[in-house]
Ligand binder design. Structure first.
Ligand SMILES: [Zn+2]
Length: 567
């Protein structure tokens, strides 16, 4: 552990994830900031003149106004708002498998004020997004489609790729197309009671209110293109691309080269081309002349083989053959057997890889090759050779442990416990007999300790905590918990006191004793993001302080959590 701490203390070094695989990349801070500047230059963004607080309040207010217009009540729309929202922070995983180690912009939107409404809108849009004729969900579904084709020798395999997908999708056109699709969607009523126009209005707010911090703490607003990291961007992209393909690819009045096969997953297209070498270059020029923002690049097969997604696709005697494709930079490192993880989770990683080998690779040399590779890779990670062999054999015999997986799926109750080597496995087995799933909580990983590629806010705001507010004139204190920013919670308490709210324990203490609250002596006693655990810890602390010096909380106080918080 000392080594890790020394490593953490090296100044001016940024540590982020590699774009693929599990490696951690170290980068000089100046270089990292330069890469970020280059990416920001390519995106439609501008520096915001507003503070985080102003931006969040505006987004929140726009959403609430929209919900009110839709005649929704607080009880209905509260699940679409976010408690203690924060702006996301940009970070840049480094593509170690490419020259000059370029980055890719990533934004985790989980605390963004639009996060929950985006999830709901995505659910509503998904069936429309998936109905495009080129839509493939993943490698497995592409495999299914390709297996049914009779592939003539003269067909050329080509992969197409759109540069910077989400930021390239034009927003206004996409919203117009989506609006029409929603109006024509006969099943929309089964998914939501919202009207097409209301949905578009909410989508507009989600897209327009996209702001984030860069590494140095500047705030940026995205001005065009779909938001990176928001769930609606995936669905909206598919809706736009479905329109694009009907207009420019499958439309014989515009396009004289309609490919034999054209299958797309987001920005990756697999194509079987029947018009020969010369024409596919013309086709690329045609593609890039259609919409200024949508620019394609292509790669053609070599010796009959084309890598696509995680597959190696080969033409062979009128059939398509599929194996697993690994980038050259792939480290073949999945998980070390020495790492502190539950034993069956370690075996589970191998089983997952076997599942992929069996469901993607064709039986025969491709699959045997892949299983040999896995065997080699896992033994190299200190898995006992016998254990690896046994797992492989069991997998082959049981046809993917279908029964065991099915049983686990049928279990409805789950509990989450910390992982303690030797103890937790037994707990899982015992509770498994009672049809209860046991999920192990991930402890600190090396990655979580040393990652520092995101801007760290220094405003000191804290949330998801249990707090203690003492009295200045006696030993009693008040214990509370909140998922909100604490300063917001404190304001609510103060408001209750001003309003002489009898439900507030602090006010009742002031009224009955004439004492003063020591707001400057507030302490945060524990942090906990899981609601139920936080409430449990709160009751524990109430009991503890009640026994020690006494508390202002009463049994009745516990009801207070259920009463609505509104601004
Ligand atoms: Zn007092």
């Amino acid at each position: 552990m000392n080594l890790i701490h020394d490593f953490k203390d090296i100044p001016n070094m940024v540590r982020v994830s590699a774009d693929k695989g599990t490696a951690i990349v170290c980068e000089n801070e100046t270089n990292y900031i330069r890469k970020e500047d280059e990416l920001l230059n390519e995106m439609d963004v501008e520096r915001s003149q507003k503070t985080e607080k102003q931006l969040i309040q505006r987004a929140h207010k726009r959403l609430i106004d929209a919900f009110n217009k839709m005649k929704m009540k607080w009880q209905e729309y509260r699940k679409f708002t976010v408690t203690a929202p924060e702006l996301p922070k940009l970070y840049i995983p480094i593509k170690t498998h490419k020259a000059n180690f370029p980055g890719r912009p990533v934004l985790s939107q989980i605390n963004d004020p639009t996060y929950n409404i985006c999830k709901e809108l995505t659910r509503i849009l998904l069936p429309i997004a998936m109905k495009g004729r080129s839509f493939i969900k993943d490698s497995y579904s592409l495999r299914q489609k390709l297996k049914q084709l009779d592939v003539d020798d003269h067909l050329i395999q080509i992969s197409y790729d759109i540069r910077q997908l989400y930021p390239s999708i034009p927003v206004q056109e996409t919203l117009n197309i989506t609006h029409l699709e929603l109006i024509n969607d006969k099943t929309l009523k089964e998914r939501t009671k919202w009207k097409p126009k209301q949905i578009i209005n909410l989508l507009e707010i989600c897209i327009e209110e996209t702001h984030f911090y860069d590494f140095q703490g500047n705030i940026w607003t995205q001005t065009d293109g779909l938001a990176i990291g928001k769930s609606i961007s995936g669905a909206l992209t598919d809706i736009y691309m479905n329109w694009y393909e009907e207009e420019y690819i499958f439309n014989p009045t515009r396009n004289s080269f309609i490919p034999f096969c054209w299958e797309r997953q987001k920005d990756d297209v697999y194509c079987l081309w029947q018009f020969g070498e010369e024409n596919h270059k013309k086709f690329l020029i045609y593609l890039n002349g259609n919409e200024k923002r949508i620019q394609w690049t292509q790669e053609t097969e070599e010796k009959g083989t084309l890598p696509f997604l995680d597959m190696k696709i080969t033409k062979n005697d009128h059939k398509i053959q599929i194996g697993i494709y690994r980038k050259e930079a792939h480290t073949l490192k999945y998980s070390s057997y020495d790492s502190y993880r539950p034993r069956n989770e370690q075996i589970g990683i191998l089983k997952n890889m076997l599942h992929r080998a069996y469901n993607l690779c064709d039986p025969g040399p491709e699959r045997e090759e892949e299983i040999k590779t896995l065997n080699f890779a896992f033994v190299n990670q200190n898995y006992p050779p016998k254990q690896v062999l046994k797992t492989i054999q069991e997998y082959q015999e049981s046809d993917g442990n279908k029964e065991e997986n099915k049983r686990a799926e049928e279990r409805t109750e789950s509990i989450v416990v910390p992982y303690i080597k030797g103890v937790s496995e037994k707990l899982r087995r015992d509770l498994g007999k009672e049809d209860i799933n046991v999920v192990f909580k991930r402890g600190q990983t090396l990655h979580s300790i040393i990652f520092n590629g995101k801007f760290k806010k220094k405003d000191g705001r804290k949330k998801d905590l249990i707090y203690k507010i003492p009295c200045r004139d006696c030993t009693l204190c008040y214990i509370g918990e909140t998922a909100q920013w604490y300063d917001e919670r404190e304001k609510q308490h103060k408001r209750c006191i001003r309003n002489q709210d009898e439900n507030n324990a602090l006010f009742r203490h002031i009224r009955t004793t004439g004492h003063e609250i020591a707001w400057d002596k507030v302490e945060f006693i524990a942090f906990e993001t899981r609601t139920q655990c936080r409430k449990m810890k709160e009751s524990f602390y109430i009991d503890m302080y009640a026994a020690k010096n006494g508390v202002m909380n009463t049994k009745r106080h516990m009801l207070e959590h259920d009463y609505p918080y509104s601004k």
